[in-house]
Design a protein around this ligand. Structure first.
Ligand SMILES: [Zn+2]
Ligand SMILES: [Zn+2]
Length: 427
């Protein structure tokens, strides 16, 4: 067995891992580099973007753009595997992006949509067999819904690839028990290290964040929350925070469609996403989804406005000018607040990921930052290493500071690879 990290040994985003055994190749993730990171041109990769793909497959850990965004550049016969719900969420997202006014952006997402037509799907613990390789997908908590780690086994060697994950989400309780049961006898652990530069930070749990929002919504009557439409667990928390604070929950029909996908796929949540697309004022607890397809500005029409003003609301927003009239109208009132529930780095002009459009959108307003990372903190990383106890070593990826692993995890064998370097997993 051989492990090659084609990209991602010293950057967050755009990681590509290859595990080869007996001529069969399993690739894991093929996404965009984060905006602002130095984009050295990636050489073509045999079995992924050039040559014969009859002995290759591509596994996607989750639907974030830095893991799946470049699939349209793969050879078209290459089989791609994704989680079932993840694929539907990805398609819904790509469909909206394919209508972008910027034709370059629209075109890119069109191509991704054409490529995903025959993607194969899997669910947790459903084995994928390929040549002498067996893959076990393990469900993990991340800021993307339906995300996976993979155990990859061939010829007596076992590798765990973590993808992106965390220990402070709603569904993180299962992390260590899952690893204890399925990630046994691991030789190499390929792990993400996004938060390696903040060794002492204890991350706020998604549950505490939900509690914080609940208190805010009790105090403020009109609440606008800027959040990623694919951060399903955050939206789940916001919905419940609104419900507990007896506020209405408002989104747009694109976000409504997103929640419906989750609802249809995850029966245990099905009573949760009851969506009112007609904006008929109905009993509390239903999600009010405003129409966003007609190109008009968002507004509360008819009976909806007095209803929302009587009960107060939590409304999800995106950086679309169509939200501005509503924001401007309600921000004149004392009982209104805008929350920014995403990574602060996008608003920090000293960082490479600075997003000017986003910055300009929020510039006129006072905003409250309430967010927690989608990535593991060091404490959880330690627990994962101590649980899995890889026999041969730990390979950091998805990190800006792989060397830091050497200092923090002194009693572990850390293997620092360079992009494109191959590790031969000999006995
Ligand atoms: Zn990532
Ligand atoms: Zn991610």
């Amino acid at each position: 067995m051989k492990i090659t990290i084609h990209r991602g040994t010293n950057q967050i985003g755009g990681c590509i891992t290859e595990i080869e055994s007996d001529g069969y190749k399993v690739f894991i993730d093929f996404g965009e580099q984060l905006s602002g990171s130095e984009s050295e041109k990636l050489p073509l990769i045999e079995g992924l973007t050039k040559g014969d793909v009859s002995k290759s497959i591509l596994l996607i850990t989750h639907y974030h753009g830095d893991h799946v965004g470049k699939i349209s550049e793969t050879i078209s016969d290459l089989p791609i595997y994704m989680g079932k719900t993840a694929l539907e969420i990805f398609k819904h997202f790509e469909t909206r992006m394919s209508y972008n006014r910027d034709t370059n952006i629209a075109d890119k997402h069109h191509k991704n949509l054409e490529r995903v037509v025959n993607v194969r799907t899997f669910e947790a613990l459903q084995l994928i067999k390929f040549g002498s390789i067996t893959i076990t997908p393990l469900f993990v908590d991340h800021s993307a819904f339906d995300a996976y780690m993979f155990v990859i086994e061939s010829n007596g060697k076992r590798v765990l690839h973590t993808g992106d994950f965390r220990g402070h989400g709603f569904r993180s309780k299962g992390l260590l028990p899952t690893l204890r049961t399925y990630a046994t006898d691991i030789d190499y652990l390929i792990t993400e290290g996004t938060n390696i530069n903040s060794p002492n930070v204890t991350l706020v749990s998604e549950l505490d964040l939900k509690q914080n929002f609940t208190e805010q919504f009790r105090k403020q009557k009109y609440n606008f929350v800027f959040v990623s439409s694919t951060n399903i667990d955050r939206i789940f928390g916001l919905y419940h925070a609104a419900k507990t604070a007896k506020r209405c929950f408002v989104c747009d029909d694109y976000q409504g469609g997103m929640l419906e996908i989750v609802s249809n796929n995850q029966e245990k949540y099905s009573s949760f996403y009851d969506i009112d697309y007609e904006n008929i004022v109905t009993p509390a607890g239903r999600i009010i989804a405003l129409n966003c397809r007609n190109g008009e500005d968002f507004s509360f029409k008819g009976k909806l406005k007095p209803y929302l003003e009587r009960h107060g609301f939590c409304m999800l927003i995106r950086t679309n000018e169509a939200y501005k009239p509503l924001l401007n109208e309600y921000m004149k009132m004392d009982e209104t607040k805008i929350y920014y529930s995403m990574w602060d780095g996008y608003l920090d002009n000293s960082r490479s990921a600075f997003n000017e459009k986003l910055y300009n959108f929020f510039e006129p307003y006072d905003i409250e930052h309430i967010h927690t990372s989608g990535h593991t903190d060091i404490k959880t990383l330690k627990e994962v290493f101590e649980t899995v106890r890889p026999k041969r070593g730990i390979i950091p990826i998805h990190t800006e500071n792989p060397e830091r692993f050497l200092a923090i995890f002194e009693n572990q064998t850390i293997i620092l690879l360079k992009d494109g370097e191959t590790l031969d997993c000999v006995n």
